[in-house]
Design a protein around this ligand. Structure first.
Ligand SMILES: Cc1cc2nc3c(=O)[nH]c(=O)nc-3n(C[C@H](O)[C@H](O)[C@H](O)COP(=O)(O)OP(=O)(O)OC[C@H]3O[C@@H](n4cnc5c(N)ncnc54)[C@H](O)[C@@H]3O)c2cc1C
Length: 155
């Protein structure tokens, strides 16, 4: 708990965090990640994953006496099982709501954003393997932490 560490979590118990740098507000040498933050985004593993790349870079910059880079955009993505072996994939950030398009390769996919497809369901199943064999081992994923607008369109 934030309060157990003698930190001020405000009314809701989340640590006030700069949404772009991930530096704790009003604290020196403290950066925050994951569900503990008060960032205006989902409490989701994907947010923590994308934020971790920014946070690591900014921690190293802090150690070197440099200003943190204000580059976290609140990127989140999530498979949603919709039943009957179909699923939906959403990809969004602080400013952009989930849009239709293809993911991760613009125009190609193989996943369809905001659409209910069998491939999205298979993507969710494949993610289980990715989680245990790549993410938990700290291996690199070929995805940028920031949300890309390539291959997406507004209705
Ligand atoms: C049922 C459920 C389903 C979810 N499904 C999804 C999903 O499909 N996709 C998705 O992206 N996100 C999902 N989430 C959200 C995701 O799990 C969280 O957003 C993510 O785990 C947050 O990571 P974290 O590191 O901030 O916190 P956590 O993963 O909660 O890690 C915090 C760790 O700190 C430890 N800890 C707590 N207190 C102390 C202490 N005093 N000293 C030492 N250690 C301590 C805890 O034991 C824990 O291991 C789901 C969450 C739940 C509950």
């Amino acid at each position: 708990m934030i309060e157990d560490c003698n930190l001020d979590g405000g009314n809701a118990g989340y640590l006030p965090t700069d949404k772009a740098t991930l530096k704790a507000k009003d604290l020196e040498n403290v950066y925050v990640i994951g569900d503990n933050t008060d960032l205006p985004t989902s409490k989701a593993g994907s947010v923590a994953h994308f934020a971790s790349e920014i946070l690591c870079e900014n921690l190293l910059r802090e150690i070197e006496g440099l200003e943190p880079r204000a580059v976290f955009d609140g990127h989140s993505n999530c498979f949603i099982e919709s039943g009957f072996e179909k699923g939906i994939l959403i990809d969004f950030n602080y400013d952009v709501e989930p849009l239709p398009g293809r993911f991760p390769l613009p125009g190609v996919g193989p996943f369809a954003l905001l659409q209910e497809t069998r491939m999205n369901h298979w993507g969710k199943l494949m993610f289980k393997w990715i989680y245990w064999n790549i993410l938990l081992k700290g291996e690199e994923m070929p995805l940028e932490p920031q949300m890309s607008m390539f291959g997406k369109w507004a209705d």
